[in-house]
Design a protein around this ligand. Structure first.
Ligand code: NDP
Length: 242
């Protein structure tokens, strides 16, 4: 089996996930770029291959259990291990309509859809891939969260409060804490990342950071040395409150 490091990035066809794929591949890591839309995923992978980067597209809708199993089988057969898992896929429900995001009015459907992508998808994928991550000698799991999921931050601000998104990211943070604790006697590190407010389809055009900067926190946590932190929440080099 190959000794080259292998990473899987979910939602890698655009935005922060695309840039994380580029930056990881630039360090010599082979990157599997997960995307739920075949054409968008292939186009994204071709763009990075044209930069001479070692990436390939893999079909992955994180709400599709068949896709998740196929991804596990593919990685098992071709690489025998997974070194880095970036749970980056995310959605915010009908962001333009404030009522669709209010805690008082959000529909059960929107709430469940958001949790399916932002929380259950990440948990199911991680469960499926954990045996392969345990075969790495330096497994790294990064859950792409948001400051919006910080209970400390939310309880101190009257700002924009999209309920489904924020609650799903708080739940994802619990997953980080619980998984890091469960794996504390292994070499695997599990952390949550807040990328910052980033100019992407989700972040919108007014965001102050570009995707290149937005990828930095995630790439740092994906490539932590063996004495690096686990079970923490970071923005760039700074630990932030849960
Ligand atoms: P984008 O909307 O640009 O990208 C989101 C990615 O997630 C897309 O590739 C999208 O695929 C994918 N995705 C959505 N649903 C699924 C699914 N069911 N299965 C697989 N992939 C899926 O957003 P960003 O790049 O900005 O966001 C990336 C992460 O960063 C998210 O987790 C987000 O919550 C987080 N974040 C972003 C911030 C920002 O300011 N931008 C701030 C804080 C956190 P498709 O193209 O097919 O829709």
């Amino acid at each position: 089996m190959l000794s080259k490091q292998i990473a899987l990035v979910t939602g890698a066809n655009k935005g922060i996930g695309f840039e994380v794929s580029r930056q990881l591949a630039q360090t010599g890591i082979k990157v599997l770029m997960g995307a739920r839309n075949e054409k968008n995923g292939l186009d994204a992978a071709i763009k990075l291959q044209e930069e001479n980067l070692d990436v390939e597209f893999i079909l992955l809708d994180v709400t599709n259990s068949e896709h998740i199993k196929n991804v596990r089988e593919y990685i098992e057969q071709h690489f025998g291990k997974l070194d880095i898992l970036i749970n980056n896929s995310g959605m915010i429900s009908s962001a333009k309509k404030v009522t669709n995001n209010s805690v008082e009015t959000i529909s059960q459907k929107a709430l469940r859809q958001t949790f399916d992508v932002n929380f259950f998808g990440a948990v199911e994928l991680t469960h499926e891939l954990l045996p392969l991550i345990k075969k790495s000698n330096a497994g790294r799991i990064v859950n792409v969260s948001s400051i919006m999921g910080s209970l400390t931050y939310q309880s101190a601000t009257d700002g924009y409060k999209p309920f489904a998104y924020n609650a799903s990211k708080s739940a994802l943070n619990q997953f980080t804490i619980h998984l890091a604790a469960a794996l504390k006697n292994t070499s695997i590190k599990v952390n949550s990342a807040h990328p910052g407010w980033v100019k992407t389809d989700m972040g919108g055009p007014d965001a102050p950071m570009d995707a290149k900067e937005g990828a930095k926190t995630i790439v740092r946590l994906a490539t932590l040395e063996s004495d690096g932190p686990t079970g923490k929440f970071f923005h760039l080099d700074e630990e932030i409150a849960w």
